[in-house]
Design a protein around this ligand. Structure first.
Ligand SMILES: NC(=O)CCC(=O)C(=O)O
Length: 255
């Protein structure tokens, strides 16, 4: 994203990119792309109700293109005034298929962690040939969230992000780890450019359930297109049934 571009102009530009993807099955956008994930001062001023201008523009773009659209996330203002980092998924008719409020907020004692509320619900979305499990950016560091998504049926894990360049090695490593440990496809879509002075990693990445990188973007803005068969997940899980060997309850003290 170009700093200095208005939210209105960026929304129009991104909607055009989505329309250009007609013929694809699923299009994925990154986290907080209207403001930038590190533009904390803008979260309040640019926050939208769930069905706000970004929702409307993305619903229309999904329907014009006839694609499933994970529209990344927006700063959402709840009717009670609280802010959330909320991802939106639209069906090819432009209907809202799911909204996910980011569970793990980044920033420790500042930024998103104090400005936004935490979601408390895992979200999956059934598509014709796979079930998406939805997570956002910093969530990538919390494997138990992804295990929850897998238990809810997820086979393709979608992670929009605004991940900084200085931790890019973690981005790639964690995307591959989440794919391998959950025997799932991972579609991790990151912002490019600089947000509020924080250089972004870009490098969106698609990983298969064996941990192989199917496609990886460069550092700048680009459309990364990849063909894969999500129905292969079941076979991978059957041939190498590590998920069946899980011992449940180890994440809680035993006494
Ligand atoms: N927007 C984010 O969640 C940033 C996460 C991050 O920088 C990290 O996990 O490292």
């Amino acid at each position: 994203m170009n700093e200095g571009e208005s939210v209105v102009a960026r929304r129009r530009r991104v909607a055009g990119w989505v329309r250009d993807q007609a013929g694809s099955d699923l299009v994925v956008l990154p986290e907080l792309w209207t403001t930038g994930a590190f533009a904390y001062e803008e979260f309040g001023s640019e926050a939208e109700p769930l069905e706000g201008p970004t929702y409307e523009a993305m619903a229309e773009a999904a329907s014009d293109a006839g694609v499933w659209l994970h529209a990344g996330s927006v700063p959402e203002r709840d009717p009670d005034g609280s802010l959330y980092n909320t991802s939106l998924v639209f069906s090819p008719s432009g209907a809202l298929a799911a909204a996910y409020r980011k569970i793990h907020r980044f920033g420790f004692d500042k930024g998103e962690a104090v400005l936004m509320g935490a979601g408390d619900e895992l979200v999956t979305v059934r598509l014709p040939h796979t079930v998406l499990g939805v997570a956002t950016c910093y969530d990538l560091r919390f494997p138990e969230l992804f295990r929850g998504l897998v238990d809810a049926g997820a086979e393709t894990l979608v992670v929009p992000a605004g991940w900084p360049e200085r931790r890019r090695s973690h981005w790639t490593l964690l995307a591959q780890a989440r794919a391998v440990e959950n025997q799932a496809f991972v579609l991790a879509c990151g912002t490019a450019g600089t947000h509020a002075g924080v250089p972004q990693a870009g490098h969106s990445i698609v990983v298969d359930p064996w941990g192989e990188v199917l496609a990886e973007a460069g550092p700048g803005e680009q459309v990364l297109t990849v063909d894969f068969d999500p129905t292969t997940v079941a076979g991978t899980r059957e041939r190498f049934p590590a998920l069946k060997d899980r011992v449940l309850g180890l994440d809680r003290p035993r006494r």
